[in-house]
Design a protein around this ligand. Structure first.
Ligand code: SF4
Ligand code: SF4
Length: 472
């Protein structure tokens, strides 16, 4: 019944195949010969199958786990260098008709304030985000055909792209809204979205139906097949994710990789990003009610494995995680992080009184963007505000092709330096600016192609003189 090429959820995320995979992994977790051969295969940097990956996840041998961490770090370095792409979420509306039991926006929650931003309010939020230095947003909205119809989302995207405040501009809007129709995905594509992000939450159908007791999201197949409809609607870049803590992490991990294999098998291109959220405290949600929470150690191992199994897929971590956890997993493979996030509706332009909080979840990392940027640079990372690929039409298989032949390295590095320079000139504190300028001076030497280096140097000088928006 398992068929990665099928368009039916229960065939490409086949429950029996996952159970057999977990059984195979459990039986082979001490088969060190097999484990070693899988690690050798992973070193080829062509990824691993869900079965191979599950064996590595089950294996508890310390030496092999350390080898896995070393390999993840090496792949991270080879594919992503020392760059970390920055983004921020923007909550448009928390009206929602679904009954997700782990989210405070669920329909039955009668005391959380319901808010929906008007276009003027969106303008204020976006200006506040631009004034921090953000260039890349992920918009979020609950599912509510009356309050948040697709027209509202499309109008909001247009508003966001149109705002030019001082030197600010939002250059890429990623969209995280409920599963929808091919026709609506086509409209989102036409509106110029970057990645369409939809978390599966859990791949375990039975649990999924219990965790989503009411509303359209209850339909497991419709939700799980959403990425296929998005791709049919012309969206090349899709972002997967599970909410770790809802179900057994080994099950979720196998399901997640099977979903990635399915997209590659059917559409010839895997997921653009994978997000790794863990369940968090929020309004009427207590994470201890869910018994599948994972430790920081397992979380780190999952991040390392994702890096090794799908080397070309970006990995995203949000401010749900603390500074300490973020520091650890950035090394292991995370390529994109949010900074200075507000998870409430309208939280950037106006501080909400605590008793009226509309937050979706508690933010663990509450630092300003300037602090996060400085912190990253302190470890030798280059915070990047790059959005070049999408704007150059390098999406989907074109993006993957560039990635796979190593060409992307000639773009990412200089783009990171140029966008960081813009940030330093326009938004950074004096201290951050000083550290950043030194970093750029050092990192410019690491552009291998002399022609690209010369252009980048010239562009950096022009940024100093007030010009903006250069890209390779
Ligand atoms: S997770 Fe999304 S769909 Fe579910 S209640 Fe929250 S906002 Fe609504
Ligand atoms: S050049 Fe493309 S892949 Fe590289 S950081 Fe920019 S947008 Fe991302």
């Amino acid at each position: 019944m398992y068929n990665p090429k099928s368009l039916k959820a229960e065939e490409f995320i086949c429950h029996e195949e996952i159970l057999e995979t977990l059984d195979y992994a459990e039986k082979n977790k001490n088969n060190l010969e097999l484990v070693d051969s899988i690690i050798e295969k992973a070193k080829l940097r062509k990824g691993l199958s869900h079965r191979e990956a599950s064996v590595l996840l089950a294996c508890e041998d310390e030496e092999r786990t350390n080898q896995l961490f070393d390999l993840a770090q090496q792949i991270k370095k080879d594919f992503y260098g020392n760059r970390i792409v920055m983004f921020a979420p923007l909550y448009l509306s928390n009206y929602c008709v679904n009954g997700c039991v782990y989210c405070p926006y669920h329909h039955q929650n009668k005391h959380i304030p319901r808010k929906k931003l008007s276009q003027d309010e969106i303008r204020r939020e976006v200006i506040a985000l631009q004034d921090m230095g953000h260039k890349r947003l992920a918009i979020e909205a609950g599912e509510d055909p009356v309050n948040n119809p697709i027209e509202y989302i499309l109008e909001s995207i247009k508003t966001i792209y149109d705002i030019k405040h001082k030197n600010g501009a939002i250059r890429r809007v990623n969209v995280n809204i409920a599963a929808t129709t091919v026709e609506n995905y086509r409209k989102l594509k036409e509106a110029g979205i970057g990645t369409y992000i939809l978390f599966q939450e859990t791949y375990h159908k039975e649990s999924y139906e219990k965790l989503h007791p009411t509303g359209p999201k209850h339909n497991y197949a419709y939700h799980t097949e959403a990425m296929d409809r998005a791709m049919e609607g012309g969206i090349d870049d899709v972002g997967l994710g599970v909410l770790f803590g809802l179900e057994l992490y080994k099950y979720e991990f196998a399901g997640l990789l099977m979903h990635a294999e399915h997209l590659e098998a059917v559409h010839g291109v895997g997921p653009h990003t994978i997000s790794v959220p863990r369940i968090k405290r929020a309004d009427d949600i207590d994470p201890t009610q869910f018994d599948n929470g994972i430790s920081d150690e397992i979380f780190a191992k999952l991040c390392a494995l994702i890096r090794v199994c799908v080397p070309y897929t970006g990995m995203i971590i949000s401010t749900r995680e603390s500074k300490e956890v973020r520091e650890k997993v950035i090394r292991l493979g995370v390529s994109q992080i949010s900074g200075a996030s507000k998870t409430s509706v309208g939280g950037y332009s106006e501080e909400e009184p605590e008793e009226e909080s509309s937050e979706q979840f508690d933010v663990s990392d509450k630092r300003t963007l300037d602090e996060v940027v400085r912190w990253l640079m302190g470890f030798g990372y280059i915070p990047s505000f790059c959005t070049a690929c999408y704007r150059e039409g390098r999406t989907g298989d074109r993006f993957m092709a560039l990635c796979k032949n190593g060409q992307i390295q000639n773009c990412c590095h200089p783009n990171a330096l140029m966008t960081l320079k813009e940030y330093l000139m326009d938004y950074a504190s004096d201290e951050t600016k000083k550290i950043g300028i030194e970093l750029i001076k050092k990192e410019i030497e690491n552009i291998p192609n002399p022609k690209v280096k010369e252009i980048a140097l010239n562009n950096l000088e022009q940024i100093e003189n007030g010009k903006r928006d250069f890209r390779f």
